[in-house]
Design a protein around this ligand. Structure first.
Ligand SMILES: [Zn+2]
Length: 373
């Protein structure tokens, strides 16, 4: 099988697949190349909220149960094409440039080429390669795979690699998220009449308390985890009065509190404090939910295998989230491991090191040999 990871990644980059558009064109190409890599294909589809058709692919090679799954997404963040040629792959020196080069069409290509190196008859356990939709906007594609994929749920791979860029360092934990949305309801009226009530003044005392809480959270060990850098939860607040003009009392004002959850932190307690303060000011809680962080024991088999395959790099944690969260209720142990630096993801001039792309193919092959042969 003569695929080159730079060529394959370039082909994928050249088909735009920002999350807001349909990923059918790029998925059709990925499917064709997966077939050429000897994978059988399951195709899952849904229509997103703006009516765009979205596809997630599950490729499989080999029979039986258990095995190793490689997980990638085909959507990207916007190209920002005014600033560079985002959808025209270019190699300069040791770098491949283009939107998705590291996040994560390059990693996807590397996993496919690693799978291509083995014949189905050699495998004692199956290999899976997924290419899902909408990771950058909530993970609906991976969620659909976790819930509906026949390939996946029949075989139930016991180990997996989320191939997001980690500079080929195995990652065993990342933060989750917590969101609380609070609203004040006033009464709209022209200010000349004095007949309205500004929702902004109703919510202001709560906002002042959130400012104090933010300061406290940054130094309170209960809301930190020293395994992460930074160890704090990125407590943030956005506010919206829906563009109310200066001469109008705002009818409603919404505050969205968001922070990142970590293993062993007191996220539930923090959410309870926020809800309690909102209630004490007579505000309405529109929604409140916690997404648990991703965590697998650093001495588990999957982390050990990943570490051995990547020249014994010590496992680490990262502060950002991945599709690993969509598989939290499945009996699969995941590690995050991919070529390219997360610092390149989402940037103008995104690139992946060509040498790392090639190295990734070898790392993934060593993992396949450990788990599936
Ligand atoms: Zn990504």
């Amino acid at each position: 099988m003569g695929f080159d990871p730079v060529e394959l990644t370039s082909e994928f980059i050249n088909v735009p697949s920002e999350s807001k558009i349909s990923n059918v064109p790029v998925s059709d190409l990925v499917e064709e190349r997966m077939v050429a890599c000897g994978l059988e294909i399951e195709r899952l589809e849904f229509t997103d909220d703006s009516g765009e058709r979205k596809v997630s692919l599950v490729g499989r090679k080999g029979e039986g149960t258990g095995g190793l799954a490689f997980m990638s997404h085909t959507d990207t963040v916007p190209g920002q094409e005014r600033d560079w040629a985002a959808f025209k792959a270019v190699v300069k020196e040791d770098r491949l440039y283009g939107r998705g080069s590291c996040d994560m069409k390059g990693p996807l290509a590397a996993t496919m080429i690693a799978a291509a190196a083995y014949d189905a008859s050699q495998l004692k356990k199956p290999i899976f390669v997924t290419a899902t939709a909408d990771e950058e906007v909530g993970g609906a594609g991976a969620r659909q795979v976790a819930q509906e994929s026949k390939f996946f749920n029949e075989a139930m791979p016991t180990m997996g690699v989320v191939a997001e860029p980690t500079s080929l360092t195995p990652v065993y934990a990342h933060k989750g998220s917590s969101n609380v949305i609070v609203q004040a309801t006033g009464k709209a009226a022209h200010t000349s009449t004095e007949l309205g009530v500004s929702a902004n003044f109703l919510i202001a005392p709560f906002l002042a308390e959130m400012a104090e809480l933010c300061k406290a959270v940054k130094t309170d060990a209960r809301f930190m985890n020293e395994e992460f850098s930074p160890p704090t939860n990125g407590f943030n607040m956005t506010i919206n009065d829906y563009g109310t003009k200066q001469n109008v009392f705002a009818a409603s004002s919404t505050c969205h509190i968001c922070f990142r959850t970590m293993p062993g932190d007191k996220s539930e307690e923090l959410v309870a404090i926020i809800e309690e303060k909102a209630a004490s000011h007579g505000l309405q809680i529109l929604s409140s939910h916690i997404t648990q962080p991703f965590y697998v024991a650093p001495d588990s088999d999957i982390v050990r295998i990943a570490s051995e395959a990547s020249s014994n790099k010590a496992p680490a944690t990262v502060p950002y989230g991945t599709d690993a969260l969509q598989f939290h209720d499945k009996p699969i142990d995941l590690v995050i491991l991919g070529p390219g630096s997360i610092e390149q993801a989402h940037t103008v001039g995104e690139y992946v090191d060509v040498s790392q792309l090639h190295e990734a193919v070898d790392v993934y092959k060593r993992m396949i040999e450990q788990v599936c042969l």
